[in-house]
Structures are given as C-alpha cells and as structure tokens.
Design a protein around this ligand. Structure first.
Ligand SMILES: [Zn+2]
Length: 194
C-alpha cells in the first residue's frame, strides 16, 4: 500500500524532516503525506506513533508544516518572521501534552497522550522553535537547488552544506554537472582544432 506514495526522507532534525514532507516546492511539488494515514505513517517513522489521524488533524499538521517552512525560511535568510506563522507554531506547541521520557539507553522518547496527533505536532512545533531561534547547534540554510529551496539545519563542521538532502537534490546536481562536463568534453576537440 505504502509504495503508491512517495518515500519519506530521513534526517536527524525533526522539524526539517517534517517540512521536507513537501519537497520541490519551487518545481513540481512532491507531497509525501497526502493522506491522514500517510501522516500517521510519517509520525511513526519519526518515533511519534499515534493511534489514528483524522482529516482535521491532517489539515492542522499541514498548516503547521507550512508555517514552520515559512518561519524557518525567513530565519535562514535574515528576514522578519510572519506573525501568522509564529502564531500557528505557538498554538500547536501549546496544544500538546507530550512528556519527555528517558529510556534506559539514555535516549529521549516522547510519551503522547490519547489525543496524540496534537501531542505529536506540539513536539514538532517545539523542535521548530529550537532551530528557528538558533538555540540548536547548526546554521539554518536553504537548499541550493532552485526548484527545492528547502530549509535545513547545517551541522557540518565547516557549515558549508549546500543540499537539503544529498540523495536527492545533491545527487541530481552532481548528475547535471557530470552531464554538462561530458558535453563540454565532447565539444572541446572541435574547439581545440581551431
Ligand atoms: Zn533540496
């Protein structure tokens, strides 16, 4: 069943994993959580498993996602945050009752209550706050692919990461560069003869 939908991208920053569920925003957009069930699958894949997800909760999630995307993009480019995006992030953050739990393996797990989609969204909203404020180690940046421009948290030592995702945008760019080089090479003998 799941294979009829686009795959999820993985990364270690929850909030940008979430905004990455809509990719190629400036090209042909790929919606990775097109249905409530697919959102539930995504939450499960990100250690925020919920019992069920309604259409209304799915709508809330996508509104939150776009608000995080807008606010994080503004933060990455040094612009003022949109008041409405800030309000939505804050509302979602306030409306959850997730509790941080310590596991015996020294890891953090979120314990969600019965109305758990709201709880899961509050965890994502809080994660967004931590990256937008710059509280977390790393630099907010936009993907260098012009059709993507996804926001990501660059935690590389040199802070020079260019792609939101090496497996998609990075590889596509590498391939494009390779093809351009090949074309350049096949043209060069003629140029050299002149
Ligand atoms: Zn990208």
């Amino acid at each position: 069943m799941a294979s009829e939908f686009p795959d999820f991208r993985t990364g270690n920053v929850l909030a940008t994993n979430f905004t990455g569920t809509l990719s190629e925003r400036h090209g042909v957009p790929v919606e990775r959580i097109p249905t409530p069930q697919r959102l539930a699958d995504w939450l499960k894949a990100n250690d925020l498993a919920v019992d069920s997800c309604s259409t209304a909760q799915h709508d809330l999630a996508r509104v939150l996602r776009e608000s995080i995307h807008t606010a994080a993009t503004a933060a990455a480019t040094g612009n003022t945050l949109h008041v409405s995006a800030v309000r939505i992030i804050n509302d979602r953050s306030a409306q959850g009752r997730a509790a941080a739990q310590l596991t015996p393996e020294n890891r953090r797990r979120w314990r969600l209550s019965a109305t758990s989609v709201e709880d899961a969204l509050s965890v994502i909203a809080a994660d967004a706050v931590s990256i937008i404020t710059g509280e977390r180690e790393g630099r907010l940046a936009l993907c260098a692919s012009p059709t993507c421009l996804a926001v990501f948290l660059d935690t590389s030592q040199s802070r020079t990461r260019r792609w939101c995702d090496m497996n998609t945008c990075g590889n596509r760019q590498k391939k494009a560069r390779f093809t351009a080089n090949q074309r350049e090479h096949s043209r060069s003998p003629g140029t050299a003869a002149r």
